[in-house]
Ligand binder design. Structure first.
Ligand SMILES: Nc1ncnc2c1ncn2[C@@H]1O[C@H](C[S@+](CC[C@H]([NH3+])C(=O)[O-])CC(=O)[O-])[C@@H](O)[C@H]1O
Length: 327
């Protein structure tokens, strides 16, 4: 396998992202710091030990399950599966890699189905997926024709999950899909670069949501498209929930606006053409424990007597997809 950082550097050079390129060495060193993340060497080793694969393969990035078909011997399949399991919990997917089906906690394909019909065609576009997890949606973006699909996510585990999938995909995406393990705060200010910026499942984790919206706007070129997906509550433009210590057992949840309030936030942040394109309660079959994510999941975080409420008594997770443009 070629060195993953080398491909990332080349992509940044090709894209003319010079101001960001200069910061990559420091950002990568900080994000993949072995002292900080004790499990990191084990993940790195698992990816490095994935077997050499036949070059002959068929890759589908435009299917619900991101699929790589290739002929593996039984021994190679067993070895690959053992190594992929070392990167668990797998939260975002599904993937099928050489006949190994990774049934992830989330049916991320369902979210993609809610989002994709509303997008400006991704063909030829440069897109950023902020908080993109294992990179599932970025592979789908490349599958829809994006010429440069960059995931940023500060989780080193998800970085190695992405590299494992990359090992199977090989160069079938023509090197259009990349992962930089940093947070939105590490994107250079006033970048004004991406045609489409996705922020899905991130806003409610941000203690300063308006600052997050400004950062997303900063990353977009003028006229570029924002796709924002987040937890919302029912209500009008005056309704916002700030939960106590926990929401659905999660400790790091801040603002849950109504979608009407969120429209107002986007407008106040200077976005145009703000619209809600989807809103739905998250079902127990969309987020659940699986063999590849054996911890508790949504069903454990809802009131067992009344599924319309979280354990803490708040409204159960409900998600909206909003779109807007940078003027
Ligand atoms: N500062 C930060 N900057 C960027 N990302 C961050 C930051 N902090 C945490 N994250 C990342 O944001 C992601 C949120 S999950 C959404 C995944 C996908 N988008 C999905 O829509 O399924 C939440 C969910 O499952 O709802 C995680 O991968 C974090 O590591």
């Amino acid at each position: 396998m070629s060195h993953p950082h080398r491909d990332l550097y080349h992509a940044f050079v090709d894209q003319g992202l010079d101001s960001w390129l200069a910061r990559l060495p420091e950002q990568l060193a900080r994000s993949l710091d072995r002292q900080r993340y004790g499990d990191l060497p084990a993940w790195e080793k698992a990816v490095a030990k994935l077997p050499e694969l036949p070059t002959e393969r068929q890759v589908w990035l435009d299917r619900d399950t991101v699929t790589v078909e290739l002929d593996l011997s039984d021994a190679q399949r067993r070895q690959s599966e053992n190594l992929l399991r070392k990167l668990a919990p797998w939260r975002k997917g599904p993937y099928s890699l050489g006949g190994i089906h990774i049934d992830t906690e989330w049916r991320s394909d369902w979210k993609w189905r809610r989002v994709a019909p509303h997008l400006s065609l991704l063909a030829g576009r440069r897109v950023l997926d902020v908080g993109g997890g294992s990179g599932y949606h970025a592979w789908r973006m490349a599958g829809a024709g994006a010429t440069f699909a960059l995931v940023i996510d500060p989780s080193p585990r998800f970085y190695y999950q992405f590299q494992a999938v990359r090992h199977f995909v090989g160069d079938a995406d023509e090197g259009r899909t990349h992962f930089l393990p940093v947070g939105i705060e590490d994107v250079p200010k006033a970048l004004s670069f991406f045609d489409t910026v996705f922020s899905m499942g991130v806003l409610y984790h941000r203690p300063s949501p308006l600052e997050h919206l400004q950062q997303l706007k900063d990353a977009l070129r003028p006229g570029g498209e924002l796709v924002l997906e987040t937890l919302v509550v029912e209500g009008d433009e005056t309704t916002v929930l700030l939960p106590g210590e926990r929401y659905a057992a999660m400790p790091n949840v801040y603002f849950l606006p109504s979608s009407a309030a969120l429209c107002q936030w986007l407008t106040r942040c200077g976005f145009d053409n703000v619209r809600v394109v989807d809103e739905a309660v998250t079902g127990l079959d969309e987020q659940r424990a699986t063999e590849w994510m054996t911890f508790q999941s949504l069903a454990d975080f809802l009131d067992p007597e009344d599924r319309s409420k979280t354990l803490e008594g708040y409204p159960a997770p409900r998600r909206a997809v909003l779109m807007a443009n940078k003027p």
